[in-house]
Design a binder for this molecule. Structure first.
Ligand code: ADP
Ligand code: MG
Ligand code: MG
Ligand code: MG
Ligand code: MG
Ligand code: MG
Length: 691
């Protein structure tokens, strides 16, 4: 969530003429940062998570669960509470967790007060921080309201009542949705404006069609009886019957369906820009793997779908491309055919490391030529210039008249706002985000990992966060190489979302991940001696029992071309179990790499034992001992006494599902096969190893 300007937002027609000027200022601001900070060195590892919640309002008498739309009140109360705690306990405000607004008026986001450091005990404070935040939120809701961390509310957009209070979608002036009232959206002008401007720029409503899960009694073909096919309020109403709504699918027509989904994001700071680019690239192929492993989104608009993840819905929900840009009509008004939504998987690798072969960037990459040239003229290399010039093919969707009056020296707002224009959360909405330092702040170059779904419990959310940060250290420490062609990463993104992909799917993954012809070798036993550090970087943090930054690039071997094999021989198809837990003698799996990295540190045994508990969750989700949250929800729904095997998630099923989710989270209800048996819903228990 970025800055929420108070200002006068421009409609799409008013904003459009400013697009080029904003692009230009955005680049000026980026270049100011670039010239000042491109050689910045020695930033330590700092990292943090973002956890998103939906607030569910239970009506226990009616047996109904609805989305509470009290975001504004709740956030005000939480801000006040955080202030009061500081006054009472003399804690620093910067150490207190923060709660942020999100797109959905039923959503909250929380982040730790200050980022975690590389200290090993900090790894064990992640769950504590997440639990503290949840407790703060929960204790300031109404008694019937609960913050729940599942990505999707299964009955968002059904006919009748699904919010508290009820609003009629007939009044959806920004989205023109057949299903969602505008009151589902954060009331800050930014959100309705971006909703309306997306629709106007695109020339129609967004349209997402998820394949329906056909159960034994589901009618075939399935023509959705809950779509108001003949509504006639907004000019886009006939789109559904004119082909936007596909048979045998669950049709959704508004930004709220995607931007109302919750996820888990991890940001970490790199030692310098080169290291940020290396970690960014290495994590690109990990994006779809972690999406499959955290899958938690099986039910949509009252139906079971044949997918387990949120990604395609969220990508489609902000797809502002015109018909020309989508390649449906020949180009005339627009400049580019654009293969993907502004919310989607990363389009290009950006590291200048020698292991990044040009052939890996095999996706079409439309770029803004003027931007590219200007960046090159200012000393940017081809890969980074293309990355940014590709982001800048998008038009700014939200422009405030006040901010057209800019100062490029002191502000990075237009670069940030620019990224923000592509998103509401000051991001560029891809699986990874390369985050330049904000102007005038002590923050360094950062990378954000964004593909994961939110998990039901903070034990799981902490486990996935810890796993990713440790994996990022293993990548740097061992000089790992995860490159596969970008088109294969995209194929994996689609495979990751299929029902039960974590158990049954296969994914393109690199066979040999170790550096070739280098002194830096991966080892499972002897501690790795850190190589000499470049000037400006801190001392080896291994000796201090810390996760560190500042691993230099693995130098190229004498004759790299000789060592290269054809790209197609570099990767093969593996299951999630193989990718995480290893395959054969040569590939130890991502978890094997993480364990090897931990072995290279001098980790105190109690810390190691606690970490093992988190890592065991990853292992067991991957090897099938434990099911994903998507499978758990599917099984709950399909074994509910009211389920008619017709794919319908009724109000009573939804109520019981969310009630069960809450009880499981609090440790009041066992969830065998989904959570480990030691899970009791308290941090004390989940942090300690079981028998
Ligand atoms: P976004 O722009 O993605 O919404 P947020 O501000 O919500 O970002 O969250 C950013 C995360 O990055 C938080 O968890 C925060 O603790 C963490 N963070 C803050 N400063 C740094 C830093 N210097 N390096 C790495 N992470 C940081
Ligand atoms: Mg967010
Ligand atoms: Mg955020
Ligand atoms: Mg932010
Ligand atoms: Mg974020
Ligand atoms: Mg196994």
């Amino acid at each position: 969530m970025g800055l929420l300007y108070l200002g006068t937002p421009l409609s799409w027609d008013q904003a459009k003429p400013h697009a080029d000027a904003i692009r230009e200022h955005g680049i000026t601001q980026f270049l100011n940062i670039w010239h000042r900070l491109k050689d910045r060195q020695g930033d330590e590892l700092l990292w943090g998570d973002e956890v998103e919640y939906m607030v569910v309002s239970f009506d226990h008498d009616a047996g109904a669960a609805r989305l509470s739309l009290r975001q504004t009140d709740i956030l005000a109360k939480l801000a006040q509470l955080v202030n009061d705690i500081c006054i009472e306990s003399s804690a620093k405000l910067t150490d207190m967790p923060t709660f942020h607004p999100e797109y959905g008026r039923f959503m909250l986001e929380s982040t730790p007060g200050s980022p975690y450091t590389g200290s090993l005990p900090d790894l064990l404070s992640v769950e504590k921080s997440m639990r503290y935040r949840r407790t703060l939120a929960r204790s300031h809701l109404k008694p019937n309201e609960v913050p729940i961390t599942l990505p999707v509310f299964p009955r968002l957009g059904v006919p009748g009542v699904f919010t508290d209070p009820y609003y009629d979608p007939a009044n959806a002036k920004a989205s023109h949705s057949l299903f969602l009232p505008d009151e589902i959206t954060n009331p800050h002008v930014r959100f309705p404006t971006i909703t309306a401007n997306t629709r106007e720029r695109r020339g129609s409503k967004v349209a997402m069609n998820l394949p329906l899960f056909f159960d034994t009694n589901t009618p075939r073909p399935f023509i959705d009886p809950t779509i108001p096919w003949d509504r006639n309020i907004y000019k886009e109403d006939p789109e559904a019957k004119n082909g936007a709504a596909l048979p045998d699918h669950i049709y959704m027509d508004a930004m709220g369906f995607g931007m109302g989904c919750s996820c888990l994001q991890i940001t970490f700071q790199a030692c310098n820009i080169a290291e940020a680019r290396r970690v960014y690239d290495a994590l690109v192929p990990i994006g779809p793997i972690m999406l499959a492993l955290t899958a938690a989104s099986p039910a949509w608009r009252g139906y079971l779908s044949d997918v387990d993840c949120r990604w395609n819905v969220i990508a489609g929900s902000v797809d502002d491309r015109t018909e020309e840009e989508r390649g449906i009509k020949p180009l005339s008004e627009n400049k580019y055919v654009i293969p993907k939504s502004r919310y989607d998987s990363v389009d290009s690798y950006i590291s200048t490391d020698w292991i990044n072969r040009p052939e890996y960037n095999d996706n079409p990459l439309p770029i803004d030529e003027k931007t590219y040239q200007r960046l090159r003229d200012n000393g940017l290399d081809d890969l980074l210039a293309k990355h940014i010039a590709h982001l800048f093919i998008r038009d700014p969707l939200i422009v405030f008249s006040e901010t057209l009056d800019w100062n490029d020296e002191t502000s990075s707002d237009h670069f940030e706002v620019y990224a923000l224009l592509q998103g509401i959360q000051s991001t560029n909405w891809q699986t990874l985000r390369f985050k330049p330092p904000p102007a005038g702040s002590p923050i360094g170059w950062r990378v954000e990992f964004r593909s994961m779904e939110i998990s039901l419990t903070d034990f799981e959310n902490a486990a996935f966060s810890i796993f990713i940060v440790l994996l990022s250290r293993a990548i740097l420490s061992f000089g790992l190489n995860f490159y596969v062609p970008m088109s294969k990463v995209d194929a994996n993104m689609q495979r990751a979302q299929k029902r039960n992909a974590a158990r049954e799917g296969t994914f393109f993954f690199r066979k040999s991940v170790f550096p070739v012809g280098s002194e830096r070798r991966y080892t499972t036993t002897a501690p790795v001696t850190p190589p000499d550090l470049p000037n400006g970087c801190g001392p080896s943090i291994n000796k201090e029992n810390k996760l560190r930054n500042c691993y230099p690039e693995v130098p190229p071997p004498a004759d790299p071309e000789k060592l290269r094999v054809p790209i197609e021989e570099e990767y093969e198809e593996m299951t999630i179990d193989e990718i995480i837990n290893g395959k054969g003698n040569d590939f130890p799996g991502l978890l094997g790499l993480v364990h090897a990295y931990l072995n290279s540190l001098d980790v105190d045994f109690p810390i190691k034992r606690k970490l093992r508990k988190y890592l065991a969750l990853i292992e067991q989700r991957a090897d099938g001992t434990l099911m994903t949250a998507a499978t758990w929800q599917r099984e709950f729904i399909r074994s509910h006494p009211d389920y008619k095997f017709d794919s319908v998630v009724s109000e009573s099923i939804n109520y019981d599902l969310l009630k069960a989710a809450d009880e499981i989270e609090r440790g009041l209800r066992p969830a065998p096969g989904f959570l480990p048996s030691h899970y009791t819903g308290t941090e004390e228990d989940t942090g300690e190893p079981g028998p």
